[in-house]
Write a protein that binds this ligand. Structure first.
Ligand code: HEM
Length: 224
């Protein structure tokens, strides 16, 4: 979860007592996304209801989970500081995990536990089981897996084959990974933009509707 603070100009709505100063709720500022506390000047004398321009500030919790092409970014597996993923394994140890219930293989020196991925693999579980307990680098590369697939395999890393020094994806000077990261950011923006637009729409029209109803009611009662 991420906490976003915002402040800025907005529209306030509330009850006021006295000479037209009211405290109520408002919305506004950047990213114009949620109700905050609004303070603003109003008009009227005595007990009244009003809305006016003022300032709005507040905070908002939002989910930081982002999924891009099936890869869930920000999960614990990616944030374990490499403790688990960096454990040294040898070929004999990898060779012991070659069943459907316990399937490991090696790709580019990374030891992967793909047991939970078998059923999800778009190329089918059989091909993965054929590589179980072995080095699957050549098979993996020969298929011409996409960049997303290359990124996805990091999720299943449980260690490093002895003798290999693995570069972290973030440090890798590889255009393919950079491209994936950029896409990840745009996916983030799109997902975050969706609800604030709707919220801003509601937040503008609700006070307008309430104020309109109130003034309508006042006009009607004055006539008679
Ligand atoms: C953890 C390791 C692996 C991951 C994360 C992975 C992921 C994927 C993904 C995402 C696809 C869909 C196409 C794409 O995006 O490239 C795919 C397709 C495929 N994969 Fe894998 N894969 C892995 C290992 C392997 C291995 C070891 C083989 C062995 C031959 C293999 C064979 C295939 C095949 C045959 C396809 C279908 C290609 C097609 O339909 O054109 N994959 N894989």
């Amino acid at each position: 979860m991420v906490l976003t603070f915002f402040d800025g100009a907005g529209v306030g709505f509330g009850f006021g007592v006295g000479c037209g100063f009211g405290v109520g709720w408002g919305f506004g500022g950047t990213p114009l996304s949620i109700l905050g506390l609004g303070v603003g000047g109003g008009c009227g004398v005595g007990l009244g209801l009003g809305w006016g321009f003022g300032t709005a500030f507040g905070s908002q919790y939002r989910s930081s989970r982002v999924t891009f092409q099936g890869v869930e970014f920000g999960r614990k597996e990616h944030d374990d500081g490499g403790k688990m993923r960096g454990l040294q394994k040898n070929t004999q140890e990898v060779a012991q995990h070659k069943s459907k219930k316990d399937c490991w293989f090696v790709i580019n020196g990374r030891v992967l536990d793909v047991t939970k991925f078998l059923e999800e693999h778009p190329g089918g579980e059989e091909v993965l089981l054929e590589s179980a307990g072995k080095d699957a680098t050549k098979d993996f590369e020969d298929i011409g897996h996409s960049k997303a697939a290359k990124h996805l395999l990091l999720k299943y890393q449980v260690g490093v084959l002895q003798g290999y020094k693995i570069q972290d994806v973030d440090d890798k000077d590889d255009a393919s990974f950079k491209e994936t990261k950029n896409k990840e950011m745009s996916a983030f923006v799109i997902k975050d933009d969706a609800s604030p637009k709707f919220a801003a729409f509601l937040e503008f029209f609700v006070p307008l509707l309430v104020a309109g109803s109130y003034f309508g009611y006042r006009c009607l009662t004055n006539v008679y």
